[in-house]
Write a protein that binds this ligand. Structure first.
Ligand code: HEC
Length: 304
C-alpha cells in the first residue's frame, strides 16, 4: 500500500518535473527564436544598406550616359560564322586573316602569344609553317664561345615583334602604343564586332569635332580620336585563293584570325561541349525511364 502511494506521488512528481522542463525548454527556444529574428533583421539591414550604397555609388559615379563619344559607338552584331555553339572557325578565313596580319598589321602590332607551331593543322601545313618560321632570323645563344648568333626560325619560335621595345613603338607612332593583338578580341567589349567596326569605321569627323594632329577620327573608338590611321583599303592584299580583297573582307578575315589567336581552343571546346550535352541528355532521359520503371510497383499499388 505504502509503496503504491509513494509510487503515485513519484509519478506526480515526474509529471510536474516534465512540465517544468517543457516550460523551460519552450521558454529557452522562444528566446532563441527572438535572437535568431534579431540576427536576421540585422543581416537584412546590412545587406539592404550595402545594396543601397552600391546603387547610390553607381548613380553617383555614372551620372548620365549622355556623351556617346566617350564610350564609342556601340558596334552592330555581325553574323560571324563561328558564333553559333555548334560552329567551328572558318579556317580558310583564318589563313587569309594571317595574310592580312602579316602584310598589314605586323608592321606595328606584335602577336606575342602565337608560335609558328600553332599554325600547323589550323591554317597551314607543317612544311608551310616551317618555311614561314625560317624566313625570320632569331637571335640565339650564347654558343660555346659565349657569343650570341643569328639563326633561322624554328616551329617553337614565337612570331617576331615589329619593335624591340615599347619606347621604340611609341616613337614610331606619334606617342601611341600599338597594343599586342594576341588577346585583343577577348580584351575589348564587343570582341569581333568591335574590332571589325573599328577597322572599317573610319569616317570624316563630324562638324564641330576637332581632331588633334596625328590622331584620326573613328566613332567606334572610345573618345573618338585614335592613334591608328585607317589601314585597310580595297585591294590592299592579293589573296592566294582568289577571294576579292575588299576592305570588309580583309577586316572579317583578320578578325577571324585574331579570334582564333585569342581562343585557339575554341573548336575543341565546342566539340567537347556538344559531346557532353548529347551524352548527358541521353543519360537524363534514361534515368527518367529507370526511375518510373522502379517506382511503377509502388505508384500503381492499391491499398484495400
Ligand atoms: C601604322 C601602324 C599600325 C598599323 C599598320 C595597324 N595598327 Fe592598329 N594600332 C596602331 C596604334 C598606334 C594603335 C593605338 C591607338 C591608340 O591607342 O590611340 C593601334 C590600336 C589598335 C587596336 C586597339 C584599339 C583599342 O580599342 O584600343 C586594334 C584592335 C588594332 N589596332 C588593330 C589593328 C589591325 C587588325 C591592324 C591590321 C589590319 C592594325 N591594327 C594595323 C597602329 C597600327
Amino acid at each position: 500500500m505504502l509503496s503504491r502511494i509513494s509510487n503515485l506521488t513519484f509519478k506526480k512528481q515526474l509529471k510536474h518535473l516534465a512540465k517544468i522542463s517543457f516550460q523551460t525548454r519552450y521558454a529557452s527556444t522562444a528566446t532563441e527564436t527572438n535572437k535568431a529574428d534579431k540576427r536576421t533583421i540585422a543581416i537584412t539591414a546590412v545587406a539592404a544598406a550595402t545594396v543601397a550604397g552600391g546603387i547610390g555609388y553607381y548613380v553617383y559615379a555614372n551620372p548620365v550616359h549622355a556623351n556617346l563619344a566617350d564610350e564609342g559607338l556601340h558596334p552592330p552584331a555581325y553574323p560571324w560564322s563561328h558564333k553559333p555553339i555548334w560552329a567551328t572557325f572558318d579556317h580558310a578565313s583564318i589563313r587569309r586573316g594571317y595574310q592580312v596580319y602579316k602584310e598589314v598589321c605586323s608592321t606595328c602590332h606584335s602577336l606575342e602569344r602565337l608560335a609558328w607551331r600553332n599554325f600547323v593543322g589550323v591554317s597551314h601545313t607543317l612544311d608551310e609553317a616551317k618555311a614561314m618560321a625560317e624566313e625570320v632570323e632569331y637571335t640565339d645563344g650564347p654558343d660555346d664561345t659565349g657569343e650570341y648568333f643569328q639563326r633561322p626560325g624554328k616551329l617553337s619560335d614565337y612570331l617576331p615583334r615589329p619593335y624591340p621595345n615599347e619606347e621604340a613603338a611609341r616613337a614610331a607612332n606619334a606617342g601611341a602604343l600599338p597594343p599586342d593583338l594576341s588577346l585583343m578580341i577577348k580584351a575589348r567589349h564587343g570582341g569581333c564586332d568591335y574590332v571589325f567596326s573599328l577597322l572599317t569605321g573610319y569616317v570624316d569627323p563630324p562638324a564641330g569635332v576637332e581632331i588633334r594632329e596625328g590622331l584620326h577620327y573613328n566613332p567606334y573608338f572610345p573618345g573618338g580620336a585614335i592613334g591608328m590611321a585607317r589601314v585597310l583599303y580595297d585591294g590592299l592584299v592579293e589573296y592566294e585563293d582568289g577571294t576579292p580583297a575588299t576592305t570588309s573582307q580583309m577586316a572579317k578575315d583578320v578578325v577571324t584570325f585574331l579570334n582564333w589567336a585569342a581562343e585557339p581552343e575554341h573548336d575543341e571546346r565546342k566539340k567537347m561541349g556538344l559531346k557532353a550535352i548529347t551524352i548527358l541528355s541521353v543519360m537524363f532521359i534514361l534515368s527518367i525511364y529507370l526511375k518510373r520503371y522502379k517506382w511503377t510497383v509502388l505508384k500503381s499499388r492499391k491499398i484495400v
